[in-house]
Design a protein around this ligand. Structure first.
Ligand code: MF3
Ligand code: CO
Length: 248
């Protein structure tokens, strides 16, 4: 069963989402060559706690940090560390916040200094595929219309969608029904209804779609070592279309 949230509940998720957005924006501005991903983790945690929220990933299935920080060939779930960012890297940052009883979740990828043309195109294709997916998150459409729009856009740009990880419903838990793959035929799955709250999160690889998880049990990397990007928003389906809840 996919939860249908009231206007008041959506407002609560939006408040959590505003903190997510603030943390992401702060990290985006502070991410530069020489800064470690552990420093960015501490900065994000500071923003979240000062705003009265709780970093939602910490302790989730044993996850050891506040945010995910995935560099270059790391796809998602990179654990912040003393690794210093360097010129030309791309960094995917994923933030989840619990505020009161409600959760919000979003991610973005940022370039460090001067990045390659391919990295630039990969980031843009991923960002734009999320926007295409969001546009289709409206009442009457089916869930896989979102998935299909993401995949179509990504593949038209010559990149591949990760299949091993998916988006998800969100609300009073970080992961709720339904799963939202970033691939598939349109016109399948549940019909979207006003009140559904969804985290749509394309993970896009420059080369093969295949990923593997490192020995740390978390960090997912591309099998071919090529770059990967990730953008995510928590949105509410409303009568007038999708409303992004993880915006400033
Ligand atoms: N946005 C990711 C997800 O929905 C982040 C989860 S990280 C974890 O799966 F540490 F909480 F697992
Ligand atoms: Co998510």
């Amino acid at each position: 069963m996919i939860a249908l949230r009231s206007i008041e509940e959506i407002e609560s998720i939006r408040k959590a989402g505003a903190i997510v957005a603030q943390a992401l924006e702060t990290v985006r501005k502070q991410a530069r060559a020489g800064v470690t991903t552990a420093q960015l983790d501490a900065i994000a945690s500071g923003v979240i706690l000062s705003a009265g929220g709780i970093p939602a990933f910490k302790g989730y299935k044993g996850y050891p940090a506040n945010i995910c920080a995935s560099v270059n060939e790391e796809v998602v779930h990179g654990i912040p560390s003393h690794r210093k960012l360097k010129d030309g890297d791309i960094l995917s940052v994923d933030v989840g916040v619990k505020l009161g009883d409600y959760f919000a979740d979003a991610a973005l990828t940022v370039g460090i200094g001067r990045i390659s043309g391919e990295a630039e195109r990969l980031m843009r294709a991923t960002h734009d595929s999320l926007q295409r997916g969001i546009e289709l998150a409206r009442p009457g459409n089916r869930l896989s219309d979102i998935s299909s729009a993401v995949q179509q856009h990504v593949e038209a740009q010559g990149f591949s969608v990760v299949k091993a990880f998916v988006g998800h419903g969100i609300g009073t838990r970080i992961h709720e029904e339904p799963e939202i793959p970033n691939f598939g035929k349109p016109g399948k799955g549940p019909r979207l209804e006003a009140g559904m709250v969804l985290a749509i999160e394309p993970m896009v690889n420059a080369g093969t779609y295949e990923v593997e998880v490192l020995e740390d049990g978390w960090t997912a990397v591309t099998k071919d070592g090529k770059l990967s990007a990730h953008f995510e928003h928590t949105i509410a389906v409303t009568d007038s279309g999708a409303r992004v809840l993880t915006a400033l």
